[in-house]
Ligand binder design. Structure first.
Ligand code: DC
Length: 206
């Protein structure tokens, strides 16, 4: 990775822990861009479902991750010219995404793309499951957000409790870069905290 001139903040945590809300507010405060890496895994999953690719065909999934034109911005997600901003949040994609994200070959390609995103911008706020552990282990701050299961389910009310529990299980037990608290990360429980309080706590880590 090149020398960064802006700050790099890695934000990891399970679904509903507050990553997207906190990352957006933090990026604004720091005047840097934000990357939602979960949206990249979701976009690849959407493309696989759209193209009728068998989700157990690792080579085909990796080919999508490698060859697809993926543009993830805070306000819009586009893959191969399709605006999938809403579609990637569908129940169908939410149910399938953990399986795609557990594929090692897919991860290698997307991690490379995420590192390039950071290099191109010379920094940024990056959120996901393996940012502090794999994508940017030298980040200026490594944050792991958590929240009670009840609160996480309340925040993800569009997702069934079964789906959330199944994603939690697959994401944290898979062989390839499972969700863990990265070494040296600051753990913040967001259950009863305001977004501003969490952002202030992260800023104090920089
Ligand atoms: O953040 P999210 O819930 O939209 O992420 C969707 C899925 O993508 C999640 O179940 C796990 C996976 N993911 C991952 O494995 N690694 C990342 N860096 C980001 C997301």
């Amino acid at each position: 990775m090149k020398q960064q001139t802006k700050v790099v903040v890695a934000i990891d945590g399970p679904a509903g822990s507050g990553k997207s809300t906190v990352s957006s507010a933090l990026a604004k405060r720091l005047g840097v861009e934000r990357l939602d890496t979960g949206a990249m895994y979701r976009a690849v999953t959407w493309e696989a479902l759209y193209s009728d690719v068998d989700l157990s065909d690792g080579d085909a999934l990796a080919a999508i991750a490698r060859e697809a034109d993926i543009d993830v911005r805070p306000e819009m997600v586009v893959i191969n010219g399709h605006d999938v901003t809403t579609a990637i949040r569908s129940a169908e994609v939410s149910e399938a995404v953990s399986k795609v994200a557990a594929n090692e070959a897919v991860r290698v390609v997307l991690v490379e793309r995420q590192r390039r995103w950071i290099d191109d911008r010379q920094g940024g706020v990056v959120e996901g499951r393996d940012i502090g552990s794999v994508v940017a282990p030298d980040a200026d701050a490594k944050i792991y957000l958590t929240a009670s299961r009840e609160e996480r389910q309340r925040r993800r009310k569009e997702e069934s409790a079964d789906c959330l529990a199944s994603r939690d299980h697959i994401d944290s037990t898979r062989d390839a870069s499972p969700l863990t608290v990265p070494e040296g990360a600051k753990v913040i429980d967001t259950t009863d905290q305001s977004v501003d309080d969490v952002v202030e706590e992260i800023l104090r880590c920089l």
